[in-house]
Design a protein around this ligand. Structure first.
Ligand code: ATR
Length: 486
């Protein structure tokens, strides 16, 4: 063996589950992979468990790890986001040379990535913040990968990442250079925000079928499995059907009934909403989904309110005057329509971020790489890709001709379901708020004219008129005449 063949094409720092699986994925595609973990026991265990399954070069120190990498050196960091990531980046940068590439594959906040990229550029190191989606299984068998960072690093990294990424049905690898500095982590953040909304709308459909139509989890599993053959074909619908079939071994009850209904979060959904607020993008579906998780976890308040707050007069399913089959189909349509709104809003946030930070993100290509590997993978993303391919500057996904036609077919059922949910006293925050968003977009006039006049009344904030140019103020506390200010 030549000494060159003893070098690794890629290195992985951090051998917890995601890092191990990513390292194994690289090795399974024929690459030699250097592996390092802060505590050596994990590296030793990794080599015991998987050393035989590929070409791994274990290292006990960062310096040894770096010395085992082919030039330009490429190392992916898979450690805890935050301070740990900063520490490892600096250790790597110290041990590396000009032009070497440091990749952060964790869920870092994109503003940290922007800062780190700048710091590394000053030291002549290429820094790539790469969003990786697909969970543990995806990391092992093929994730969707969203690398940002300098274009030159993509030249050396692209083929490597393409070799481990998921592959869309048309053969396209689910990885592409997203844009400069923090863009990769930014789109991963919004991906996760969309994921929150997608999970929530599925939850709302379940809630209506279970407690509105009175169906059992196993029956709903069959309905979701059926939905998964049509427009809603997606990983999340598929796994929900499986979840609903699961029976708890201990109690014999459906597992969903014994799981505490308090949803956790690690923060990417919250970041998506915070960023949306900063950019002024109304991602209402993602916001409601994040708040729905927070509300579910407010156990003390919920306990105090359960069976206590007045419900008003509720109508049971029978009183709604439709057949169960009809109800199920309308819920499917409401889910589809609300999901469309969530994605439209997420892609709006991507456009806004791209403009704010000068990233020039191609939304059609982004939809392309979300078609496989990641958690929100769905047949539906093909339609989104086609929409942006046809019109890269599309104002809203909802206005794409294909989705426009779909909405004509969905909107009546969507309205019905919002009414039924309300009549039955069943919460459906994303179904409901998405319809309000939709109607706000469509509205000829919004009550914002009232807001503007109130602002002018109490704070002389001025307003504009629909019929002439200029900025105006009414003398509310005086003679109520109008002044043109410019
Ligand atoms: P998971 O959620 O998959 O368990 P994680 O918590 O995101 O993973 O990351 C854990 C990894 O980060 C571990 O490899 C851990 O190293 P140790 O096994 O030595 O604990 C690594 N890690 C955490 N803090 C670190 C630090 N300051 N420097 C280096 N590695 C660190």
């Amino acid at each position: 063996m030549s000494s060159e063949s003893n070098l690794a094409q890629i290195g992985v720092v951090g051998l917890a589950v995601m890092g191990s699986n990513l390292a194994r994925n690289f090795a399974s595609r024929g690459h030699t992979v250097a592996v390092y973990n802060r505590s050596t026991e994990k590296t030793t265990r990794f080599m015991e468990d998987f050393g035989e399954t590929g070409n791994f070069l274990p290292a006990e120190t960062i310096e040894e790890f770096v010395s085992r990498l082919e030039r330009p050196r490429r190392a992916i960091i898979m450690v805890q986001a935050g301070a740990a990531t900063d520490a490892v980046i600096n250790q790597l940068a110290d041990a590396m040379d000009d032009g070497d590439v440091i990749i952060d594959g964790g869920n870092s906040l994109f503003t940290d990535t922007i800062r780190r990229e700048k710091e590394m550029a000053q030291r002549n190191r290429h820094f790539v913040g790469a969003g990786i989606s697909g969970g543990e299984e995806g990391a092992l068998r093929g994730p969707a990968i969203m690398p940002g960072g300098p274009k030159e690093s993509w030249e050396s990294l692209g083929p490597l990442l393409e070799s481990i990424a998921a592959v869309a049905p048309d053969g396209t690898p689910c990885v592409d250079h997203i844009g400069p500095d923090g863009s990769g982590h930014y789109v991963k953040m919004v991906h996760n925000g969309i994921e929150y909304a997608d999970m929530q709308v599925i939850g709302e459909a379940y809630q209506l079928l279970r407690f509105g139509a009175g169906l059992e989890p196993a029956e709903i599993a069959e309905i979701f499995a059926e939905w998964n053959k049509g427009d809603l074909d997606s990983y999340l619908i598929e796994i929900t059907a499986e979840v609903l079939r699961q029976v708890d071994a201990e109690t014999g009850k459906p597992l969903v009934d014994v799981i505490l209904d308090a949803a956790g979060q690690k923060g990417t959904g919250r970041w998506t909403v915070k960023q949306a607020l900063d950019l002024g993008v109304p991602t209402t579906a993602i916001g409601e989904a994040v708040f729905a998780r927070a509300l579910s976890s407010s156990l003390d308040q919920r306990k105090a309110a359960q069976g206590n707050l007045p419900s008003g007069t509720l109508a049971g399913f029978e009183e709604l005057g439709i057949s169960r089959e009809d109800f199920i189909e309308r819920v499917r349509k409401a889910l589809y329509a609300s999901k469309l709104v969530a994605y439209a809003q997420g892609f709006d946030e991507i456009r806004a971020g791209s403009e704010e930070y000068g990233w020039d993100i191609d939304r059609g290509r982004l939809a392309t790489i979300w078609r496989e590997g990641c958690i929100i993978r769905a047949a539906f993303l093909d339609r989104i890709k086609e929409a942006y391919d046809k019109d890269p500057a599309l104002t809203s996904l909802l206005l794409d001709p294909y989705f426009h036609t779909e909405l004509s077919d969905l909107v009546d059922a969507w309205r019905d379901v919002v009414i039924y949910a309300t009549r039955q006293g069943l919460p459906a925050p994303v179904f409901t708020s998405s319809l309000a968003y939709y109607d706000s977009l469509r509205a000829e006039r919004l009550p914002a004219a009232i807001i503007q006049s109130q602002r002018d009344f109490f704070g002389a904030h001025t307003y504009q008129r629909v019929d002439k140019e200029g900025t105006f103020h009414t003398e509310w506390s005086g003679d109520r005449s109008e002044t043109k200010l410019n």
